[in-house]
Design a protein around this ligand. Sequence first.
Ligand code: PMP
Length: 373
Amino acid sequence: MSRFEGIYLDHNATTPAKPGVRDSMLEMLGFPGNVSSIHKAGREARRRIEESRKSIAKLVNAGPRDVIVFTSGATEANNMVLKGAGMERLIVSAIEHPSVLQAAPEAEIIPVLENGVIDLQALDRMLEGNTRQTLLSVMTVNNETGVIQPVEEVVKLARKHSVLVHTDAVQAAGRLALDVQASGVDFMTLSAHKMGGPQGMGCLVIANCAVVQPLLRGGNQEKNLRAGTENLAAIAGFGAAAELADIEDMPRLQALRDRLEAELSAKAPTLKIFGKDALRVANTSMFCLPGATSEMQLIALDLAGICVSNGSACSSGTVKPSHVLKAMGASEDEAASSLRISLGWDTTEEDVEAFIEKWSEMYDRIKNRLSAA
Ligand code: PMP
């Protein structure tokens, strides 16, 4: 089995599949059943799919009446809810993933504070006197900064105005305790490949008997909500990833992340960590080193065998500054010199030490130029 040889600190872009996930996927790849067939193989395939659905329901504490629709990933689930909820008014936060922002180009935008948390007072004002059928979309955790959003407060405000709430919980699953029932959200999006599962697999959780129209029409799979033969192996892998999700590993990752931030800050006085005074998930750090472009830092680290990101993977390869950092009020220079480190289940202390060492070597090479700038 091929294993990546470098140091991979880009788990918010994608996580390597856990060994248990690979095992359950391989088992189902060799299995002949189509969930829609009524013969024994089909029934067994159906059983495996329903098992995965139960594992995911358990991970997010979805109730017995809540519906989990398997999709090709979070992009599809986000598109499904924003396009299919049939709302007169859509309101989304400024820091959502492009799969929310671009699925609803007509949406009104909730601003964020400098620390990366959405502005609840601004949202309250936006909802004042609202009489239209409205859906709010606020992510649980931002993929670039790791900042945790006040979703339960959003639900409280929404309820006052009979407004529905969707949360993209892609970067929270397996890292924070999620509770569909207690939080009161109407829709939740998950993606398997951010939690040790396979790429190209996700789901939309539909709670509170909320209604959404299918995006893909055809066969009557997934209770008529998503046509197309179910991706049996990927669904089995998603279920295994939900079973293997390990929030108890977060204190270990937080200690590594905090050490990384402390050592870099001690070395580079101009380093700025985004969202540092807000609540963040344990695995993520986004910071900038004004004067040193993200590309230059990425290339130096890549040559040293270390994979990190300059923000969201979807905008990597373009020089467009991050819309998240811009919404937080970062300057062009700050946004253009940012780097995101995201740790995960296979990250070791040695990986983080290697990052600190290589980043420090790079810093020593350029620091004279930085102070002269
Ligand atoms: N939402 C968030 C917050 C994400 O980080 C991502 C992946 N970058 C997505 C949605 C899209 O997920 P997928 O790759 O499963 O379509």
